[in-house]
Design a protein around this ligand. Structure first.
Ligand SMILES: Nc1nc2c(ncn2[C@@H]2O[C@H](COP(=O)(O)OP(=O)(O)OP(=O)(O)O)[C@@H](O)[C@H]2O)c(=O)[nH]1
Ligand SMILES: [Mg+2]
Length: 200
């Protein structure tokens, strides 16, 4: 994924615009502003291939990126849940697209649930995790922005999140600690994703 082809394919405002489900997909979910687009850029080492911004609600459609030549799998950057600087009706519409995609996409190999290291799990994250449990979509919990807090606080959040993850049947027990800014945990997460996508 680092040296090979990574290309933006399309932006789907509704499910009917999604590409044919011909290859596995890995989707990035999480609260608005948690760092989904930044993580996608770090994982692919393509600065700015996904648009990141300080304003929550930057990503408003399902943005699909293809990896490999020919395409081996796709990465899906999604709109966030929780607070977003956009009208309520618009936010509800895109969150519905996210939910329906996660519940019903036949080629969805894995979801990543991103959680801000500084905040830990919020109720909206728990709702997302419950929904993925019910849909039997396996997911990895990824703590983001690890560069923004002290190691001791990070370890504390990690342990709390790991304890909670154990109670969720579709969650991986291993919690990923990452910084898109400083690179912590990126190589390990990249390897895990490639394995998720390519192992039948
Ligand atoms: N320090 C630090 N900042 C980060 C990191 N990851 C993301 N950010 C910052 O957090 C803000 C939000 O990042 P995005 O990647 O746009 O977040 P998002 O989850 O895609 O946001 P939405 O699309 O609005 O839901 C930006 O200002 C990023 O620069 C990180 O690892 N470290
Ligand atoms: Mg985004």
């Amino acid at each position: 994924m680092v040296s090979g082809r990574v290309e933006f394919l399309l932006s789907a405002p509704q499910l009917k615009f999604l590409p044919e489900p011909t290859v596995p997909e890995i989707a990035l979910a999480g609260r608005s502003n948690v760092g989904k687009s930044s993580l996608l850029n770090a994982l692919t080492m393509r600065k700015g291939i996904a648009r990141a911004s300080v304003t929550p609600g930057r990503t408003q459609e399902l943005n699909i990126f293809e990896v490999g030549q020919p395409t081996q799998f796709r990465l899906v950057d999604m709109p966030g849940y929780g607070f977003a600087k956009a009208p309520k009706s618009v936010v509800e519409k895109w969150q519905n697209v996210v939910r329906t995609y996660l519940r019903g996409r036949p080629v969805l190999a894995r979801a990543l649930v991103l959680v801000d290291s500084r905040h830990g799990l919020k109720d909206t994250d728990r709702e997302m995790m419950k929904m993925l449990d019910e849909a039997a979509v396996g997911y990895r919990i990824v703590l983001t922005k690890s560069d923004k807090i002290k190691a001791s606080a990070l370890a504390e959040t990690h342990d709390k999140v790991a304890a909670e993850a154990k109670k969720h049947p579709a969650a991986y027990p291993e919690i990923h600690l990452t910084s898109a800014e400083k690179g912590q945990g990126i190589a390990a997460l990249r390897a895990a994703i490639v394995a998720d996508a390519l192992t039948p």
